[in-house]
Structure formats: structure tokens, C-alpha cells
Design a binder for this molecule. Structure first.
Ligand code: BES
Ligand code: MN
Ligand code: ZN
Length: 493
């Protein structure tokens, strides 16, 4: 879809459909008011007859409105003005986009940027990302693509005020939506297609497109580096593991990079500690952390952010087999610390700990890892917030703010030393599980043992990276959060 910014008056805008908001009960927004005046009270007349109240999520399509240049007018309900917030704004864009799908309009113009409590730039950015979201469809694995009406090709976003700021917000929205789509596509692919080798190939493609540095490490290089924890996870699988490294240089090479590390388990069966069968298919999403850091570096490169960024993705399968790692096995991580693998299903932390040690070689400014790490995080925070852990409260604050701004929220969880006791092992330096209590916290505490040499944050996205049930699919989270964080960092002195 093509986006553009305009500041024409609504009644003068030529378009397949123009979209204006109506608050409950039947209160016209400024743009709707202009249309009403130009049409000789046509719109208020319809509202008075009771065809629309303005309730959130409702829409009403009007044809041949007199005195108006556009072919159609779509009224979109915004709910009660006093209750209008970020979510209702985004929902209104979704409602409008869904209603447009059922019309013949090939292009449309949104007049929604001047409503709500956020500024015009926020509204423009989120109109773009919400519009892209509602157009998303994953049908690559169907033998015939589903029959769809001709989709909307052009969306004009109306914004009064500084056109350059509006333009920038739109471009950022397009870049972030592109990263989200990239992450969703990788997440939705099945495990037999999206293998570690495939992930690495996609990363190399990305590197070519955006002129990034890329390096793909294979098993023998992992051995040479002493990545015994990572290698213990891949042992049971016939798929070859990969460690993917992408580097984006957006500023002086002397500036320390932000390193993003993403869990890339392309299928998590649990290994010898095999998972129960129900919904095991969803463990193809266990590489969503990886997909999100690749998506974020893509968006950052697209925006040409003045930052240096490194993406590191340890990737393998977690499978049972005769030579798989067994409960009780003890492995030596790249850091030299030994780990007793009490449960082979706690594999994410094993691949991440070696990737986090490897990250030191980039002398990072900050390291952020993203992982579908624990079912316990889903129990704690559900599908709304990602779990956020950090050894630096300032960094945690920045990420919390980025989450709030992008409506891709995270919640700051404790990383106190008091929890470390749960990881004690009788035989090795640590165990890879900490028991049932605070499972998401002890997973983060495990990672913290490998991140002492730099500023670090961890996002547990087990509940937020994908949806189950009827809406099963990857969400692309936390690409919006990461991008907002990177945008803010790139403008910081
Ligand atoms: N990939 C899973 C975590 C997960 C669970 C992600 C549900 C998404 C939805 C992870 O590797 C795992 O299996 N974790 C175990 C850890 C336990 C053995 C300590 C878990 O959460 O049960
Ligand atoms: Mn697991
Ligand atoms: Zn896993």
C-alpha cells in the first residue's frame, strides 16, 4: 500500500472514500463538520434519523454525498469523546480499514490525525501501522491464494500543521510496519520451512538489501568458540544450527553499538523433557525473538537511524533423539560457567547465554535480548505485556516508555539476587531451571549470570509474540517497542 500526506479540505479531497470520525452521541469531528456544511447538513440529517450513534467500532458507508468531491464517505464511530484514548484511535483505524475492504474503493483518505490526546505525529504513525496490520494476510503456504477483492492501493493521511513532521512520522510508520511484517512472516512459517538454515538465508538477504555486514557461524565455529550450552540444545536435531550476526552501521564506527539478541529456536519439542502434545505446533513460534530483532534492524536500516546496531541470533531446533542432551547432563558455556541441564525444555536460556557472551566482542553500549522464554511469563502477564528485566533501571525506564508510546507494552519485573538461590546446583555452577515459583524471573536470573559486563535488558515475549486459537498467528511484537527505543536513542545527544 502507498501512503501520502495531504492537507486539503475534506469536501475538496478527490478520493474513492474519505473517512471521518463521529463521537458518541452523534457529535461530529471537525472534518465531519466540514463535510456536513458542504453537503447542506446531509450527514447530520442521517445521524438524526438514527443510522449511527458514533459508538466505537461502528461504521456507516455513504454514497454520493452532495457537494463533496469524494465518491464515498465512511463515518467511523469513535465512542465517547471523554473516554477516547490510544486504543480507541487504533481500533477506529482498524474498523475503517475493515469497512473499506467491503467497498470498491481503490484509494481512501483518512481525516483522523487531529483527534484524541496524542499529537498529530503519533496519530499519523499509528494510522500507518494499523492500516498495514489490517491488510496483513499470510497465505504463502496455501496452494492457491485466497480470493480477495482488489485491496486498497493508496491511503492519503490528512494532517494539518507541519508537513515535514507528518511526512517523517509516516515514513517511520512505514519502516516499522515493514519490520513487523518481516517478523510476522518468519514467525508464521512452519518449522519444516523456517529452519536455522532458512533463517540465516533470510538474514543474508536482508543484509544484501540494506547493505549490512553479515556473518553466519556454523557448528564447527561454535565448537571452536566453546559454545557448549548452545551446542547441547542442537544435539538431538538433524537440522544444522546457525549463529547469525548482522551489523548495521548508521554512525561513526567508533560509537559503541546497541546489540539485539533474539532466541531462534525454530521448533521447541522440549527435547528429552518432551512437551505435552496439545498445541505443540505453536512451538514453531519459538523463533519469534529472532524474527523481532531481524525485523527491528531492518526497520532501523530503512529509517537510516544514526546508530550502530548489531543483531545476534542463535538458532537451532530442540528435539529428542538418541544423542540428545539428557536431564542431568552438565555442559560448559562459552563463559566457562558450567550448567546442569535439569530440564531440556529450558533450552532458550542455554542458547541465549552463549550468544550473550559472544555479544561482549562488540563492546556493546547496551544489549537487549528478546525471547519466547517461559510459560510462566504468560501466566504472570498474559498476552498484554511482555516481561521486562534489566540490570540498569535507566534502560528499563527507556524500554517501558518506548512500550507505552508504541502501544507494545512491557512491564518491569524484579531481578533481585534473592531469586538466584533457586538456580543452585549440587554438581555444576548452576542449574538451568529454578522450579515453579517465579519461573519467568528465575529464567531472567539465569541470563543475568552472563550479562555482568554490560548494560542489559531482557524481554520475555512468550505471551505477546504470537496469538493462539482462532486468531493464531505471529504479532510481530516487540518490533514496535524496539523501533521506538532505537528512534529515541538515535536522537539522544
Ligand atoms: N519456548 C518455551 C516457552 C513458551 C511457552 C513460549 C509457552 C511460548 C508459550 C520454553 O523453551 C520452555 O519450554 N520453557 C519452559 C521452562 C521450564 C522447563 C523451566 C516452560 O516455560 O515451561
Ligand atoms: Mn522449551
Ligand atoms: Zn523454547
Amino acid at each position: 500500500m502507498e501512503f501520502s500526506i495531504k492537507s486539503t479540505r475534506p469536501e475538496k479531497q478527490k478520493s474513492g472514500c474519505i473517512v471521518v470520525g463521529i463521537f458518541e452521541s452523534r457529535r461530529l469531528t471537525d472534518a465531519a463538520e466540514s463535510l456536513d456544511e458542504a453537503s447542506g447538513a446531509h450527514i447530520s440529517g442521517i445521524l438524526k434519523r438514527g443510522d449511527m450513534e458514533g459508538r466505537a467500532g461502528t461504521t456507516l458507508l455513504l454514497h454520493q454525498v452532495p457537494g463533496i468531491a469524494a465518491e464515498r464517505v465512511l463515518l467511523v464511530g469513535l465512542g465517547k469523546e471523554a473516554e477516547f484514548n490510544e486504543k480507541t484511535y487504533i481500533d477506529a483505524v482498524h474498523a475503517a480499514m475493515n469497512a473499506l475492504k467491503n467497498t470498491g474503493a481503490k484509494d481512501a483518505a483518512l481525516f483522523l490525525a487531529d483527534i484524541g490526546r496524542r499529537d498529530m505525529e503519533w496519530n499519523i504513525f499509528h494510522a500507518v501501522t494499523a492500516a498495514m496490520e489490517s491488510q496483513y494476510c499470510f497465505d504463502r503456504m496455501k496452494s492457491k491464494p485466497e480470493k480477495k477483492r482488489d485491496a486498497l492501493r493508496k491511503l492519503v493521511l490528512h494532517a494539518a500543521g507541519d508537513a515535514a513532521l507528518a511526512e517523517r512520522a509516516m515514513k517511520q510508520g512505514i519502516a516499522v510496519a515493514g519490520g513487523v511484517k518481516f517478523a510476522k512472516d518468519l514467525g508464521n512459517l512452519p518449522g519444516n520451512v523456517c529452519t536455522p538454515t532458512y533463517l540465516a538465508e533470510q538474514a543474508v538477504e536482508l543484509a544484501k538489501e540494506y547493505k549490512l555486514e553479515s556473518r553466519i557461524l556454523e557448528e564447527k565455529e561454535m565448537k571452536a568458540l566453546g559454545m557448549g550450552a548452545l551446542l547441547s540444545v542442537t544435539r538431538g536435531s538433524v537440522e544444522a544450527p546457525r549463529l547469525i550476526v548482522l551489523e548495521y552501521q548508521g554512525t561513526s564506527k567508533h560509537k559503541k553499538p546497541i546489540v539485539l539478541v533474539g532466541k531462534g529456536i525454530t521448533f521447541d519439542s522440549g527435547g528429552i523433557s518432551l512437551k505435552p502434545g496439545a498445541d505443540m505446533d505453536e512451538m514453531k513460534y519459538d523463533m519469534c525473538g529472532a524474527a523481532s530483532v531481524l525485523g527491528a534492524i531492518k526497520s532501523a536500516a530503512e529509517m537510516k537511524l544514526k546508530l550502530n546496531i548489531v543483531a545476534i541470533v542463535p538458532s537451532c531446533e530442540n528435539m529428542p533423539s538418541g544423542n540428545a542432551t539428557k536431564p542431568g547432563d552438565i555442559v560448559t558455556s562459552m563463559s566457562g560457567q558450567t550448567i546442569e541441564v535439569l530440564n531440556t525444555d529450558a533450552e532458550g536460556r542455554l542458547i541465549l547465554c552463549d550468544a550473550l557472551t559472544y555479544a561482549e566482542k562488540f563492546e556493546p553500549e547496551t544489549v537487549i535480548d528478546v525471547a519466547t522464554l517461559t510459560g510462566a511469563c504468560v501466566i504472570a502477564l498474559g498476552h498484554v505485556a511482555s516481561g521486562l528485566y534489566s540490570n540498569d533501571d535507566g534502560l528499563a525506564g527507556e524500554l517501558m516508555e518506548a512500550g507505552g508510546n508504541s502501544i507494545d507494552r512491557a512491564w518491569h519485573m524484579p531481578l533481585w539476587d534473592d531469586y538466584q538461590d533457586q538456580l543452585k546446583s549440587n554438581f555444576a555452577d548452576m542449574a538451568n531451571i529454578g522450579g515453579r515459583p517465579a519461573g519467568s524471573v528465575t529464567a531472567a536470573c539465569f541470563l543475568a549470570k552472563f550479562t555482568k559486563n554490560y548494560r542489559w535488558a531482557h524481554l520475555d515475549v512468550a505471551g505477546t509474540a504470537h496469538r493462539s486459537g482462532k486468531q493464531k498467528g505471529s504479532t510481530g511484537r516487540p518490533v514496535p517497542l524496539l523501533c521506538r527505543f532505537l528512534i529515541e536513542r538515535s536522537t539522544r545527544a
